[in-house]
Design a protein around this ligand. Structure first.
Ligand SMILES: Cc1cc2nc3c(=O)[nH]c(=O)nc-3n(C[C@H](O)[C@H](O)[C@H](O)COP(=O)(O)OP(=O)(O)OC[C@H]3O[C@@H](n4cnc5c(N)ncnc54)[C@H](O)[C@@H]3O)c2cc1C
Length: 455
């Protein structure tokens, strides 16, 4: 436990349920928890919500299973988010171009406002620009220390905590056990995303579209004319007209938790983004007059800490398409592991869920060991490297969030430890919200909640 801040705490706040991090997992957790009589607070280090969902991406994967007969396997608050985006025309479905299944493409700037609105309407107390920097106590009352540049160090005391920081920062400061990515298998690479405007999409399509782009990338790398880090990558249309979002940068062998290495990674990510800009403008028909209009707020980090929970999702669970009595969400996403090949080249390793193509994620994966009042959701939940490489899409991180939000409320109502709550009751509450916890049996089930038919 970190006790060094006591002397300099400028202010104290109290809440029932504290969510740390307002990414897709944290925001959903707070919205779910706020459907109760309890006070819910969310604290976020940046000045906007959404984390990876808004600061660098524009496509929700994981709502649908990949393949020819996609099933919709996520619902509830994630549907609400999609419906809100749909109302303002900030969404479209993207067919299965890159292997991860049908993507739900959105305008990330509008999503910031949707998260803002949903949190505010739910009555969540929001602290932006507030970074968790220490934990003084865990248990009946969790004492969390934050830093805000106006307030200095301040404390939030909470009866329950949901760690949605992506990096498991609460668990780290509270000395709860975790595996650091890279300890056992190589950590996944990092990616700075960038967006280009003024692309002539018709000219691009007429010149051969994505197939042509791949050939040009390969030729440019092989000839040495443009030393791109990869021979492939996603460059896809955005909601904003004539704009393309690109997930192609690849920064390997850097530890995102090391200050010097992360600094180098940020610089390298931007360097590569502008290599791509040169390549697109010089080689790809339709991009002659295009320019980068935005680079992700920070480099995208796929994994850092994975907490040890009461259950650890494994490759075997994935390979067996296992179902669990206490499962709180479903996943059909492939393992998508961005890594180096044996020869040192960048590659993306894909593996699809066999058998039914869908596995269940049990409740124990979001409850850290050695704690009674804490949950961990999103990209730091309890999973091995491989299982995590499948279960990290945003439809799944949102589903973890909504389950944790409901579970935290229930543990207060039942005056129970996180792991001892009646999980069947949580599952029923998830169903009431529109969540999906069992494999849909027929086609009618796959279109429940309707939104998929609307656009
Ligand atoms: C390059 C890349 C491409 C991807 N592509 C896709 C894709 O196309 N589709 C898809 O569905 N998934 C994709 N993923 C995976 C998915 O985006 C992530 O797994 C998911 O967004 C993680 O959500 P999260 O809420 O757990 O974490 P994050 O989105 O990282 O949110 C964590 C939040 O906590 C905040 N925070 C962190 N530390 C602190 C602290 N100490 N105090 C206060 N706040 C803190 C952060 O600022 C952030 O807002 C991609 C991931 C990457 C990196």
């Amino acid at each position: 436990m970190n006790n060094t801040f006591s002397a300099s705490i400028s202010k104290e706040f109290e809440t029932d349920i504290l969510v740390i991090g307002s990414g897709s997992a944290g925001s959903t957790a707070a919205i779910a928890a706020a459907k109760s009589k309890y006070k819910v607070t969310i604290a976020e280090r940046y000045g906007f919500p959404g984390g990876t969902s808004t600061q660098m991406l524009d496509t929700f994967y994981g709502f649908f299973t990949p393949g020819d007969t996609p099933k919709k396997i996520v619902g509830g608050i994630p549907d609400l988010v999609v419906n809100r985006l749909n109302k303002t025309g900030n969404i479209f479905l993207r067919p299965n171009t890159y292997g991860a299944g049908t993507g739900v493409n959105y305008n990330p700037e509008r999503l910031k406002q949707v998260w803002d609105n949903l949190l505010t309407e739910s009555g969540v107390e929001i602290f932006y620009h507030s970074t968790l920097v220490g934990v003084e106590a865990i248990g009946e009352i969790n004492k969390c220390i934050f830093f805000h540049k106006g307030l200095g160090f301040f404390m939030i005391k909470a009866k329950r905590v949901i760690d949605a920081s992506g990096d498991a920062d609460f668990c780290r400061w509270a000395n709860l056990p975790f595996e650091k990515a890279g300890e056992k298998e190589p950590a996944q690479s990092m990616t700075t995303t960038f967006r280009m405007c003024n692309v002539n999409l018709q000219k691009f399509a007429e010149a051969g579209g994505k197939k042509m782009l791949k050939q040009k990338m390969k030729a440019s790398v092989e000839s040495g004319k443009h030393p791109l880090p990869r021979k492939e990558g996603s460059a896809h249309e955005m909601c904003q007209p004539k704009c393309i979002s690109t997930v192609a940068v690849k920064v390997t062998d850097k530890d995102a938790l090391d200050i010097n290495q992360l600094t180098e990674a940020e610089k390298e990510g931007r360097r590569q983004a502008f290599l791509f800009e040169d390549f697109f403008r010089e080689e790809v028909p339709g991009y002659e007059d295009a320019k980068i209009i935005g680079v992700s707020h920070q480099i995208g980090v796929r994994e850092t800490r994975r907490v040890y929970g009461h259950y650890r999702l494994t490759r075997e669970d994935f390979m067996e398409a296992r179902q669990f009595k206490d499962q709180i969400l479903l996943c059909g996403a492939p393992i998508e592991d961005h890594r180096k090949s044996a020869t040192g080249e960048s590659e993306t390793f894909w593996q699809y869920v066999p058998k039914s193509g869908i596995y269940g994620v049990p409740y124990g994966t979001i409850v850290p060991k050695e704690s009674d009042t804490v949950w961990v959701v999103g990209r730091c939940f309890s999973a091995t490297h491989d299982a995590h490489a499948s279960c990290r899409s945003m439809a799944q991180t949102m589903s973890m969030g909504q389950a944790a939000g409901l579970a935290a409320v229930q543990s207060l109502e039942e005056d129970s430890n996180a792991i001892n709550i009646d999980v069947q009751k949580t599952r029923n509450k998830l169903l009431e919200l529109g969540g999906i916890v069992e494999i849909p049996k027929n086609e009618a089930d796959t279109s429940r909640n309707g939104w998929a038919n609307n656009f």
